[in-house]
Structures are given as C-alpha cells and as structure tokens.
Design a binder for this molecule. Structure first.
Ligand code: 2M8
Length: 406
C-alpha cells in the first residue's frame, strides 16, 4: 500500500523528464531534490531516474555549477518566488535557472541508480558532468583550509536552520518589494519568517548583481555540504573505475576533505559549521552535524562520538530524527528546518549508520516508514507527535521511502 502510494506521488509530480518537489509549493526542478527523487525512481523505473539526473545536468552552467532551480517555462512567473525574472540567469542549454547551488548528492544518486540497473553508458555520460560540478566547487568555493563554502542559506538545503541565525545577523534586513508565494500554500508558523526572507532576498540579489561571482555577507563551511562533496568524490572513484578511468584522484580528494572536516569542523561530539568571514565555529545543535557518518574514511573514534550524540541528543533510538536537537532552546517541532524531521536528512544519517550500526539504522528506517504511514508523504513531520507539516505529496518523502523498503 505504502509503496503504491509512493509511486503515485512520483507519477503525479512527473513533468515529462523530471519530477517537481511538489505541484503547488515548488513547481520547478530543484537540484538536490532531483538526486533524492532519482534514488526513489531507481526502485521502480531506473529509466526515469536516469532522465531525472540527465535533465538536471542539461542545465549545468559552463563553469560547472549545477543551479539549484531549473525553471519550467510553462509555469507562470508568479507561481514561485523568487522566479526566473529575479534570478535572471540562463544555462547554455537556454533554460532559465537560479545561480546558486545545493549539496552535491548527485554522484551518489547516479551510482545508486546504476547499482539497481547497471548501465555503464549512463555512467560514462554523466561522469564528466559530475566531475565538472565538483570542479566548480573547488575553483569557486574552496577555502585555504581545504573546505567548500556556501554563500546563501538556500545552498545548505536547510534554509532557516538555527545554525544560520548568528551569521545572518550580519546581513541587512529591510529589503522590500517582493511577495512571498510560499504562504499561499503553507501556514506562516511552519515556514521561515519575513525577516529571514528579507535576508535571503538581499543576499541573492547581491550575488546576482556580481554576476554570481562574488560571495556577499554569508560565507559558511557547512558539514552537510562538505559531507556531500566528500561522498561525491568517493562515489566518483567507483564510477571512474566502471568507466575504465583512474579512481585515485577522487580517493585522494575524499580523504583530504574528510581530514579537513575532522580538523576544522568537529567539536568532539558533533560537526559544526564554520563562518569563513570570522574564522569561528558556529556552535549549534543541527542534525547536519551527524551526516559526516556517511564519509567512508571517517576515523572510528569520531564516528563513535557522533553515534553517542545521535542517541543521547537526537533520540535516534526511539524517535524519527529531528533536524535540530530537541534539548536545544531554538528547537521548534513545526517550523521547517528548526526541528521537524525530514525524510532526506534521516535518509542521509541512515546511510551513514547502515554499516556502522545496523541496529540503529533499522530503527531509523522503521521511524521513517512510521511517520509517512501516519501522516502521509508530507514535507516534514513533528518528530514526536508525527504530525505532518508543510506541503502534501512531497516527492523526496515518497522517493526515499521506496529506497528504504527496497
Ligand atoms: C526548500 O527551499 C526552497 C528554496 O530553495 C524554498 O523554501 O522555497 C528547502 O527545503 C530545500 O532544501 C528544497 O530543496 C526546496 C525544494 O524542496 O525547498
């Protein structure tokens, strides 16, 4: 039943070559959504999984960046804010896009698709694009410490995480002249605040006005983004191998980023974000700090400390994974990325636990299935009451359930 319903959500959200995250709230193609969605499609239609990824990379920029939104020209300009007129950017393919990026989880999605239905020709086609995506991050976003930075909270995928409260204080508010469309669909107390949006818009405008070259007042090394980058390198090593290419440069890069993360972002219990402008760690209780469990070369002692934190502070033994530790004062069970449980974040930590702690991984898988069985394929869930929040029929909630039960 749950599997049939999950496929129904994906079929209804399919737009011919890719899947929208949600019909009303997000009516275009989103970058990391497409990666998670491909992982789900692979379980019932690997052809759609390959199409999902190839259509996203069809809008890759010349500098290698994969924009976080590819706009559907048939959707009205006002349907989503900020839309194509705001971003004023075009890929070489002619598609209107945004100019920022999201965590690079796409190599992993391509590899998982290949594992379900081996297709070396697909891997050969997508490999150079995945490499270019990483090249862009190295060229444009690497700090002297060897870590990759994001220049907008939207690039983290966890838009209003409490981890961004402090660095956002340096960003101007009072930006006017825009109308939020998200509140047409979702109640205001489940979304970012207007003050958050003023800062998001101000930051995006400044980056746009620099030709998407010069970072503004927000420059952060985020543990989830860097984990995605590192996992992409170790996955590219496997893909290179299948393509008859040298995996070694990727293996080296994966080891280097893991080491830099342990050295600069680990606080002894959790990975933290670092503010590139001040050089200081931003101490928060975000579940993003657990995702380095996915890095294959994470030292065992560090992994053990993360697992202790996951059990003690994120209740991984007896609840779905909250996006923010419930014992922290900023925790909010219903407001977007400030506490609710998200299927993609849970799936990332589940991946990281599968080999290290199969017992805890199984608990998380059951919790993910329990949440959607009770509340449906909602965008996010109250981690304790399992009440659904945000939009309904959300694509990655459906897609990742298909992967978890496979
Ligand atoms: C949310 O972000 C967009 C901006 O990119 C928004 O709020 O309008 C986030 O949850 C992000 O992680 C996700 O990719 C996107 C589409 O599902 O929605």
């Amino acid at each position: 039943m749950i599997l049939r319903d999950a496929v129904r959500v994906l079929v209804n959200n399919w737009d011919g070559s890719y899947t929208v995250p949600s019909r009303r709230l997000y009516p275009h193609q989103w970058s990391w959504d497409s990666a998670f969605i491909a992982i789900g499609h692979a379980r019932w239609s690997p052809r759609r999984a390959r199409s999902e990824l190839l259509s996203l990379f069809g809008a890759q920029w010349r500098d290698g960046r994969v924009p976080h939104i590819v706009f559907n020209p048939r959707v009205a300009e006002g349907a989503y804010f900020p839309g194509p007129e705001f971003w004023a950017a075009r890929a070489p393919s002619g598609s209107a896009t945004s100019g920022i990026v999201q965590p690079p989880v796409h190599a992993l999605a391509a590899w998982k698709t290949h594992l379900v239905e081996p297709d070396p020709a697909f891997l050969r086609r997508i490999y150079p694009r995945l490499v270019a995506q990483q090249d862009f991050l190295r060229a444009a976003r690497r700090s002297p410490e060897g870590l990759i930075s994001i220049v907008h909270p939207w690039e983290s995928g966890m838009d209003n995480s409490p981890a961004w409260d402090l660095p956002l204080q340096a960003v101007e508010t009072g930006v006017a002249g825009f109308i939020r469309r998200d509140l047409d669909t979702v109640s205001a107390d489940e979304r970012p605040t207007d003050r958050d949006y003023e800062r998001y818009v101000g930051l995006a405008r400044a980056y746009r006005d620099s030709g998407y070259q010069v970072p503004g007042a927000f420059q952060i090394e985020d543990p989830l983004f860097n984990t995605a980058y590192g996992v992409a390198e170790s996955t590219l090593a496997k893909i290179a191998d299948v393509c008859g290419l040298d995996p070694e440069p990727h293996e080296r890069e994966a080891a280097a980023i893991t080491q830099a993360m342990v050295e600069h972002l680990f606080d002894g219990a959790l990975f933290q974000a670092r503010d590139v402008r001040t050089g200081g760690l931003i101490r928060s209780s975000s579940a993003a700090g657990l995702t380095p469990l996915m890095l294959p070369e994470l030292p065992a002692g560090v992994a053990d400390a993360l697992i202790t934190t996951a059990v003690d502070r994120f209740a991984v033994k007896d609840a779905v994974l909250p996006s923010y530790a419930p014992d922290a004062p900023e925790f909010d069970a219903a407001r977007y990325w400030r506490g609710p449980s998200w299927t993609n974040l849970t799936w990332l930590v589940w991946q990281g636990l599968k080999e290290r702690r199969p017992d805890l991984a199984a608990t998380l898988a059951d919790a993910m299935i329990g949440a959607v069985s009770q509340a449906g394929f909602r965008e996010y869930f109250d981690p304790f009451a399992l009440r659904g929040h945000g939009c309904r029929d959300f694509s990655w909630s459906a897609a990742l359930i298909l992967d978890v039960v496979a």
